[in-house]
Design a protein around this ligand. Structure first.
Ligand code: NAD
Length: 361
């Protein structure tokens, strides 16, 4: 009798008998594949500049399809990446992807307010789902996404690329092993100057505001540096460009308290260039700067530098997540990890709405 794990491995490798729905890794009707097929949904900056190039370097998966609302992009991508016509979808006919055995994984790379709809539709189509950070604007959205994937027996991974970076992992180890005693204070800043004025990042309905983008890096920094989940938050929003940041926050500062008593002061902004993460402990410290860049994350501690070479962060993330799907092992950043951040993000908004009151999480 096959265990579920054996079954996943067999199916991913083109194994024999099958039980569950077609179009998933669990199907036996699909031919053996060396690489799983990925379709990117939303062909904006991150798909164009980072994910599609990374998918040319991956060992376990490849770009085989796209979902776009812009016909001219479909033409360009088709030529550039040699995509079959039958693997090109728009937002309306996307659900027909259920009948396409070339596509094993749907990767949602849209503005955050659209993540829920497309993750749920991908799950219902029986596809494995990857979704960019932040997972969604609300806890209710995240829970619905997790449920849809569970109901349809597919996996959900969130694109927290840094969690796959050996530099981040070395940093996290100091917290896990209390190398310098207990972590007492974390300081973290994640921001850049965004010159755009009418992008989704400035639009509330699309999930914008700095907490809908860079803010989750600052929050992740604090969570990874302590290895704990915050129990309370106090937050403040600021802007230097009120004509542009009319409906969402340009800059957020928030202070977290963790069960061990560790504290974190986090800063995030669309107007300030910063990328640092430092943990101060009872008997030492460890830090990274930059801590969430695409290349060259590096850090140090009294024990020496943290500076592992990494060829391509996104390729590593994709390959590791696909390997986990194939082997039936745990994903590094499943939907539940995305939800943990959004719980805190909701509390941050609550704190600001309450005039900067401390909110228990
Ligand atoms: P982008 O604005 O460049 O691209 C968004 C895409 O969504 C575009 O192709 C756009 O046409 C499409 N779209 C469809 N409907 C839309 C609508 N109603 N309004 C606006 N766009 C619409 O954004 P991006 O920078 O590629 O970000 C996409 C996602 O990727 C976000 O969740 C973002 O946080 C995430 N991201 C992650 C990283 C990372 O390092 N992991 C980096 C950048 C972006």
């Amino acid at each position: 009798m096959f265990s579920r794990r054996d079954f996943l491995i067999q199916a991913a490798l083109g194994g024999a008998a099958s039980l569950i729905s077609p179009n998933t890794l669990f199907s036996a009707t699909r031919p053996k594949k060396d690489k799983l097929g990925v379709a990117l949904v939303g062909l904006g900056y991150y798909s164009t500049d980072l994910l599609a190039p990374a998918l040319q370097l991956t060992k376990n998966c490849q770009l085989v399809g796209i979902v776009t609302g812009t016909p001219s992009k479909a033409e360009t991508w088709k030529k550039k990446y040699n995509l079959a016509d039958k693997n090109i979808y728009n937002y309306q006919n996307f659900d027909q992807i259920a009948n396409n055995p070339d596509i094993d994984i749907v990767y949602v790379v849209l503005p955050p307010s659209m993540h829920r709809e497309f993750v749920v539709r991908a799950a219902k189509a029986g596809k494995q789902v990857f979704c960019e950070k932040p997972m969604a604007p609300s806890v209710a959205d995240c829970e619905a996404m997790i449920k849809a994937c569970a109901d349809n027996k597919v996996k959900l991974a969130i694109g927290y690329r840094c969690q796959h970076d050996p530099n981040t992992q070395a940093f996290q180890k100091f917290a896990k092993e209390s190398t310098f005693g207990k972590v007492r204070m974390v300081t973290c800043g994640a921001g850049y100057f965004d010159a755009r004025t009418t992008h989704w990042k400035q639009n509330k309905a699309l999930g914008g505001g700095v907490m809908g983008d860079m803010g989750v890096y600052a929050l992740q920094g604090a969570r990874l540096a302590t290895g704990e989940e915050p129990i309370s938050v106090t937050a403040q929003f600021h802007t230097t460009r009120p004509d542009i940041y009319k409906e969402v926050e340009e800059t957020a500062t928030f202070q977290l308290e963790f069960p061990s008593g560790a504290l974190a002061a986090c800063h995030t902004s669309f107007g300030i260039n910063m990328n640092y993460l430092q943990a101060n402990c009872e008997k030492g410290w460890f830090k990274m700067e930059p801590f969430s860049s695409y290349t060259g994350n590096k850090g140090s501690s009294p024990l020496g530098p943290i500076n592992f070479p990494l060829e391509n962060q996104q390729a590593r993330q994709l390959d590791e997540d696909v390997e986990a799907l194939m082997k039936g092992t745990a994903l590094i950043a499943p939907g539940e990890e995305g939800l943990r951040d959004i719980r805190v993000v909701e509390a941050i908004y609550k704190s600001v709405a309450a005039g900067g009151k401390m909110i228990k999480i």
